[in-house]
Design a protein around this ligand. Structure first.
Ligand code: SAM
Length: 246
């Protein structure tokens, strides 16, 4: 795949000027020269072949070919609500979620959550989304939404969506039903294209019984991911991956 660069404004016309991080990467890191060819995308779903015309220290001017409608989105539309882990594990989670094809990630505020994203964290995560999309070829950016409370998230899943709550079978509240293994759920390939799949993953400290009940009350299905306790990012990517790749 040719080197890909992100244009933060919708591309219109036959000329584009790259500045800041993308120009720096192209001009200083890649040492690109006039005449070199790259691919541009603006997050709206298509991509463009482009040729460098002028390279300066601060900006790169390119001539742009016609829009190519190349769709590398997943068949199902996955929204991943996750109580974010700390530090580098956040960045790793974002990168892999983009690669797998998650449509939207919503950081969750939970009773035992530890790392709630500040505004500058969300900006850093947004940059991680762009870098991952450049690398993996996605022409749409995974949305990183503002943090949501647990109750608002589990209540917001639209009618007709598949709602999956990752929760170990052995941790289910006594008065709730059993968490099912993936093998007992409808297989992902049986779901119609564009079906909304909403996934919820709790914090390192686990979800409280009240939080689990709140989700079950909104018709979420508890899903057991096996006998081992997975870290937040492992559980999130394993469950999202099962639906996005299945
Ligand atoms: N002791 C905690 C508990 O009671 O859930 C462990 C929390 S785990 C580190 C973080 C989150 O990952 C959990 O809230 C759950 O959403 C998900 N998770 C981890 N292992 C899982 C498993 N085996 N089955 C289902 N979900 C799991």
């Amino acid at each position: 795949m040719a080197d890909r660069y992100f244009v933060s404004q919708p591309i219109a016309g036959d000329r584009v000027v790259l500045s800041e991080a993308e120009a720096h990467h192209l001009a200083r890191v890649m040492r690109a020269q006039p005449g070199d060819e790259v691919v541009l995308f603006d997050g709206t779903g298509g991509e463009y072949r482009a040729r460098l015309e002028q390279v300066t220290r601060h900006e790169v001017r390119l001539s742009v070919g016609p829009r190519l409608e190349i769709d590398r989105e997943a068949r199902l539309r996955v929204t991943l609500g996750v109580a974010l882990p700390k530090g580098d594990r956040q960045r790793w989670l974002i990168e892999k979620a983009v690669e797998l094809g998650v449509a939207r990630l919503i950081p969750l505020e939970t009773q035992r959550g530890v790392a709630q994203p500040a505004a500058n964290t969300l900006e850093r995560l947004a940059r991680g989304v762009i870098e991952a999309a450049k690398q993996c070829g996605r022409n749409r950016l995974m949305e990183v939404a503002a943090a949501a409370s647990w109750s608002s998230f589990v209540g917001a899943a639209p009618g007709g969506s598949v709602r999956l709550l990752a929760h170990p079978a052995g941790e289910m509240p006594a008065d709730a039903g059993a968490a099912k293994p993936l093998s007992l759920l409808s297989p992902p390939h049986s779901l119609a294209a564009q079906t909304e799949v909403w996934i919820a993953v709790g914090p390192e400290g686990g979800l409280t019984a009240d939080e689990v009940r709140a989700a079950l009350d909104q018709d979420w299905q508890a899903v057991d991911l096996g006998a081992r306790i997975l870290r937040v990012e492992t559980a999130a990517l394993a469950l999202a991956g099962a639906y996005l790749l299945g």
